[in-house]
Design a protein around this ligand. Structure first.
Ligand SMILES: Nc1ncnc2c1ncn2[C@@H]1O[C@H](COP(=O)(O)OP(=O)(O)OP(=O)(O)O)[C@@H](O)[C@H]1O
Ligand SMILES: [Mg+2]
Length: 332
């Protein structure tokens, strides 16, 4: 069955024109999200994950600018829409959840008010129906005694509960896409797992699509169907989760996998990727990972084009795959 494509991003570029120079935070990325699908964006700090997420909703502020590209939502290019049309999409058809729940919540309004506002303004609910629906939504995101909690202020809730409320607000408009940028980073590990499980359930239930952004590949691989690995503004690997995790093609992806803290893993494999991400103002030509790469050589690809490694799996390099296969043959 043909999957319904809900979002198609083509060659998106977002630059920041700083006094020190031009920061090419997102340097020509292309990807797709299908209906009901979860895309995970992963990479180290500064990779361009958040700027990608913000660009989709045109939330880039000075000195930043979306320089070129297309962001097609159900075939319509959001980058060509008027600000008025865009306001109908933002927080409605496409919702966003941020790392710190307090940045999304209004401290002087009750939880209920913040949910009912979305229902009344975006979904044409009456005040009475909105309150009933808000209680339902709070229940759905796992808040106990929702009839009581609905009249609480954000400050009366724990961090985990606040993030649940943020999810309830984001879902109130019945969005077609939910963008979640590090939605659990501010929470402790047990709560993180609960929230991730909750989001996955709700995505299935509402048949919403989701883009989840995190520096944590373990978290991403738990929830995503498809993974996109970013490095210094480029997508360096992209594809179905299973393939990308079991047969990483790019040495950087392999590095991320090798640095996952898995207890059973041989200690020697518990490596950090050596070196640091280059300064965004002084990027190497071609592959930006080259200075940190164990496999770098004269035969490295010159550009940063993605090519097909196997079906539904793309990368800008296939050295990790080549070397790990060779190693396996050597062992076997
Ligand atoms: N307002 C800004 N002005 C200048 N440069 C910016 C601005 N916002 C982001 N950048 C730069 O864009 C690049 C990508 O930033 P981004 O916030 O997308 O990284 P990230 O992958 O989300 O990292 P993190 O994991 O730390 O959230 C970085 O080099 C960052 O310094
Ligand atoms: Mg970020």
């Amino acid at each position: 069955m043909q999957k319904e494509k809900i979002l198609e991003v083509n060659n998106l570029k977002t630059y920041f024109y700083t006094r020190e120079g031009v920061v090419k935070s997102v340097n020509g990325v292309s990807f797709e999200v299908n209906k009901g699908e979860i895309l995970g964006i992963v990479g180290e700090s500064g990779a361009g994950k958040s700027v990608t997420g913000f660009s989709l909703l045109r939330l880039i502020e000075e000195p930043g600018e979306i320089v070129s590209g297309e962001v097609k939502f159900k075939g319509q290019d959001l980058l060509k829409m008027s600000e008025k049309e865009m306001n109908k999409i933002r927080g409605n058809k496409i919702s966003m959840i941020f790392q710190d729940p307090m940045t999304s919540l209004n401290p002087v309004l009750t939880v209920g008010r913040q949910i009912t506002e979305v229902l009344i303004f975006h979904q044409n609910y009456s005040r009475k129906d909105a309150r009933r629906r808000a209680v339902e939504l709070l229940e759905m995101v796992g808040i106990s005694s929702p009839e009581k909690r609905i009249d609480h202020y954000p400050s009366q809730l724990s961090g985990g509960m606040r993030q649940r409320v943020v999810i309830a607000i984001a879902l109130a408009s019945n969005p077609e896409i939910l963008i979640a940028d590090e939605p659990t980073t501010a929470l402790d590990v047990t709560i993180q797992a609960q929230i991730i499980g909750l989001m996955k359930n709700l995505i299935d239930k509402f048949n919403t699509s989701m883009i989840i952004i995190s520096h944590d590949l373990a978290l991403i691989s738990e929830i995503a169907d498809k993974i996109m690995v970013m490095y210094a503004g480029d997508i360096i690997e992209y594809g179905d989760k299973g393939k990308l995790i079991s047969e990483p093609a790019h040495p950087y992806t392999q590095g991320l996998i090798d640095s996952l803290p898995v207890l059973e893993r041989d200690q020697k494999r518990l490596n950090q990727i050596k070196g640091l991400m280059p300064s965004p103002l002084d990027l190497p030509e071609g592959c930006k990972f080259k200075p940190r790469c164990d496999y770098a050589g004269d035969d490295c690809p010159e550009g940063t084009e993605l090519f097909e490694v196997s079906k539904a799996h793309f990368a800008t390099c296939r050295k990790a795959q080549f070397f790990s296969k060779k190693l396996m043959r050597g062992v076997g």
